[in-house]
Design a protein around this ligand. Structure first.
Ligand SMILES: NC(=O)C1=CN([C@@H]2O[C@H](COP(=O)(O)OP(=O)(O)OC[C@H]3O[C@@H](n4cnc5c(N)ncnc54)[C@H](OP(=O)(O)O)[C@@H]3O)[C@@H](O)[C@H]2O)C=CC1
Ligand SMILES: N[C@@H](CC(=O)OP(=O)(O)O)C(=O)O
Length: 347
């Protein structure tokens, strides 16, 4: 068992980490860290617990510690999962790496740094090799590994099998994103009920750049970004969990909807590794009115992307609808799966 901690443990993503780590076969959850407001309190008194399932009992009794890599609580911890706000992550995550910790981060701060791997295990595990370059550049023994923005994860998982088989010339995506993506206090109920908000700060830029890094190739010294364009248009809708994306793809080689369905259905690159959080990455639905957030977001314990409505498009080659549980597959689950794969194959 590897001892792990969670930074930002009281927040919305931190709580998902706790749910996924409380009874994990590879990781032992030793440390919960949060702001000075929470430090010193029992977790159950510090956190406003948003999840439908109760706080695991032993977790509720744990005392929250300050987010300080030199705090004695972190002494035996090898891995920290970060659910910190991005501005804090930029300062705090490097401090943990300097203390020799492996940081698996959800935050956007370090994702586009040239020597920081931005990993989706099914898509670009070879980018883990950037860690050696990072350690050399930054003179630390730890490492920072990031996972992408939630909307980007959903997009690239569906693009990967298409790219490998048919090549891609262009992608256009429109998102319908759940309110949980903005955090508990992120979108006021008066703003979102009976409404759609056609703007999510920086989201389109992240989708358009992160996806090309992830789908790019590591050449031994850096990642060469994928050479097609992604256009994104992002909207907030009145759903609690589950981002929906309407995706249009122009392929290099001809492809029929049946071909796309087949490559997506067969896409299962890590199935033999026995990773505890892994689920079939893409589940294709045949019903004409699926995927839907309420019905499909828990597919594969929230780790599968559910795709439906794969059909021809008169301008692009194909179009389809994809759904992702944004705080599981798009956040905590993504980091945990990164760590599982890293420990199994790269540690
Ligand atoms: N990959 C993805 O797609 C997603 C990523 N995220 C990212 O995950 C991160 C967390 O998001 P979310 O859980 O919604 O945020 P929340 O606001 O719900 O939680 C923030 C957490 O950070 C802690 N914190 C705040 N200030 C400090 C401080 N000064 N020092 C130490 N800890 C502090 C809070 O502790 P306290 O309770 O004590 O204040 C809390 O635990 C963000 O970077 C967000 O962008 C989120 C959703 C999806
Ligand atoms: N912006 C995303 C969630 C998020 O926090 O993204 P990022 O990790 O890129 O900051 C949403 O609102 O749904």
């Amino acid at each position: 068992m590897i001892k792990v901690g969670v930074l930002g443990a009281t927040g919305m993503v931190g709580q998902r980490f706790i749910q996924m780590l409380a009874d994990h076969p590879m990781f032992e959850l030793e440390v919960l860290a949060a702001s000075p407001r929470s430090a010193g309190k029992k977790y159950k008194d510090a956190a406003y617990w948003y999840q439908a399932e109760p706080i695991p009992e032993e977790i509720g009794e744990m005392v929250v510690v300050p987010t300080d890599p030199r705090h004695e609580a972190f002494k035996d911890v090898d891995i920290v999962f970060s659910a910190l706000p991005a501005d804090l992550a930029r300062e705090i995550e490097p401090a943990f790496a300097k203390e020799g910790k492996l940081v698996f981060s959800n935050a956007s701060a370090m994702r586009m740094e040239k020597d920081v791997p931005l990993i989706v295990p099914e898509v670009n595990e070879e980018h883990f090799k950037l860690i050696e370059i990072q350690r050399e550049n930054r003179k630390w023994d730890g490492a920072i590994v990031t996972n992408p923005n939630c909307s980007t994860i959903c997009l690239v998982i569906t693009l990967k099998p298409i790219l490998d088989k048919f090549g891609i010339e262009a992608v256009n995506v429109t998102t319908l994103q759940a309110v949980s993506g903005a955090g508990y206090d992120g979108v006021p109920s008066m703003a979102i009920i009976d409404n759609v908000i056609p703007y999510i700060k920086n989201e389109e830029e992240k989708m358009q750049t992160e996806s090309l890094k992830i789908l790019g190739e590591f050449d031994g010294s850096e990642v060469k970004f994928a050479d097609f364009k992604v256009g994104a248009s992002c909207n907030r809708i009145c759903v609690i969990d589950g981002h929906v994306e309407s995706i249009f793809v122009k392929t290099k080689e001809p492809a029929e909807p049946e071909d796309i369905k087949e490559v997506m259905d067969k896409f299962d690159p890590l199935k033999d590794l026995d990773l505890p959080t892994y689920a079939k990455p893409i589940v294709v639905k045949e019903e004409p009115d699926r995927p839907q957030p309420r019905l499909d977001r828990n597919e594969g314990n929230g780790m599968s992307i559910v795709v439906g409505r794969i059909r021809k498009d008169p301008i692009f080659t194909v179009k389809y609808t994809a759904l992702e549980h944004n705080t599981i597959r798009g956040a905590a689950g993504a980091s945990v799966l990164n760590a599982e794969l890293f420990v199994k194959k790269y540690l």
